[in-house]
Design a protein around this ligand. Structure first.
Ligand code: NAP
Ligand code: ZN
Ligand code: ZN
Length: 349
């Protein structure tokens, strides 16, 4: 096996720096992947900075992985050398619990094995996609449709499925009024996917400078959350609100924007809780729910849906050497709309 070059955070809040590791030899059902691109998710920042607690170091982040199959184990049936493939947020699960049997491995009763900052079932630490190779069991590998550009497909593996899954699960349909809160990596995919499903999308954003982009991405309307009129003029307006915001904010103000029986879905995962009042839920029989990424079957469905409708992420490709700068820019909301690492920058001369 070639040594895998990577970038790792040596400890919480330390900058990422070059690192090397050994991937396991492919077992019978494993696929060895040459990684080409890896998206940069805000969850990478939360975990590198140990904002959710329990982070494992050294940490090689990255769970929006796209590459090509370099080698297959003797029992692999679904992939061959050269195939374009993806790996998302998890690389294993128990396979026997109720959620696993339903194909919702992200809710595995024993806990999914995260692509990084996690442990394999044998206890070995997992390292993610800011690296040149990864070995993954074929059942946890996705097929990237050939019509999708590989760099723009990478963010679909997390930002894409994290927004697709709740839009489907909670039943968004043509004609529904959907608000997307926060126009970042997840938010811009939420806009594209909800629009493709036929919804009338409104972006609610702290950044008035994103208005033009929001409309170009497919939103019908844009409202700045700094404008207090937004919270009065849009009261009772939406069937659904998809909240992708990464920092604590007042959920109550947004709940009031739902119609009777409307649903607000949290996918953004701030590191601190926000007080929730009963009244915005009671007044209007509103619902508040959440959603975690998506299972393998649904992730493949999402990739095929994106290929069919010509949907991919809007990205800024960076070399790995710019990763620490990219994190700082994401924290300022300065990303249009997903950083994607060109892993060629790790391979070197
Ligand atoms: P991102 O690209 O940084 O986008 C987050 C957006 O939220 C920003 O662009 C900004 O949009 C808005 N925002 C940031 N700070 C804010 C604040 N204080 N108040 C209001 N709005 C603020 O992040 P991302 O990669 O899309 O991830 C978003 C969140 O989803 C993160 O917490 C991440 O960990 C979580 N996540 C969850 C799942 C899941 O399975 N549920 C999966 C992946 C990621 P505007 O400029 O438009 O306001
Ligand atoms: Zn993610
Ligand atoms: Zn399970």
């Amino acid at each position: 096996m070639p040594t895998t070059r990577a970038y790792a955070a040596p400890s919480a809040k330390a900058p990422l720096a070059p690192f090397s590791l050994e991937r396991r030899e492919p077992r019978a059902q494993d696929v060895l992947i040459d990684i080409l691109y890896c998206g940069v998710c805000h969850s990478d920042i939360h975990q590198v900075r140990d904002e959710w607690g329990g982070s494992l170091f050294p940490m090689v982040p990255g769970h929006e992985i796209v590459g090509r199959v370099a080698r297959v184990g003797s029992a692999v049936t679904r992939f061959k050398v050269g195939d374009a493939v993806g790996v998302g947020c998890f690389v294993d699960s128990c396979r026997t619990c109720g959620p696993c049997r339903k194909g919702e491995e992200q809710y595995c009763a024993e806990g999914m094995v995260g692509t990084y900052n996690s442990r394999e079932r044998d206890g070995a630490p997992t390292f993610g996609g800011y690296s040149t190779h990864i070995t993954v069991e074929e059942g946890y590998v996705l097929r990237i449709p050939e019509s999708l550009p590989l760099d723009r497909a990478a963010p679909l593996l997390c930002a894409g499925i994290t927004t697709y899954s709740p839009l489907r699960h909670y039943g968004v349909k043509a004609g529904d009024k959907v608000a997307v809160v926060g126009l970042g990596g997840l938010g811009h995919m939420g806009v594209k996917l909800a629009k493709t499903m036929g919804a009338e999308v409104t972006v609610l954003s702290t950044s008035p400078s994103k208005q033009k982009d929001a409309l170009a991405l497919g939103a019908a309307h844009f409202a700045a959350t700094s404008d207090k009129n937004t919270f009065t003029s849009l009261r009772g307006h939406f069937d659904y609100i998809l909240d992708t915001v990464s920092a604590p904010h007042d959920y109550n103000a947004y709940l009031n924007l739902l119609k009777v029986d409307g649903t607000m879905i949290l996918v953004g995962a701030p590191d601190a809780p926000t007080p929730l009042a009963a009244f915005p839920l009671i007044m209007g029989r509103r619902k508040l729910g959440g959603s975690l990424i998506g299972g393998i079957r649904e992730t493949q469905e999402m990739l095929d849906f994106c290929a069919q409708h010509g949907v991919a992420s809007d990205i800024e490709v960076i070399p790995i050497q710019k990763i620490n700068e990219a994190y700082e820019r994401m924290l300022k909301g300065d990303v249009r709309y997903r950083f994607v690492i060109d892993i060629a920058s790790l391979r070197g001369p």
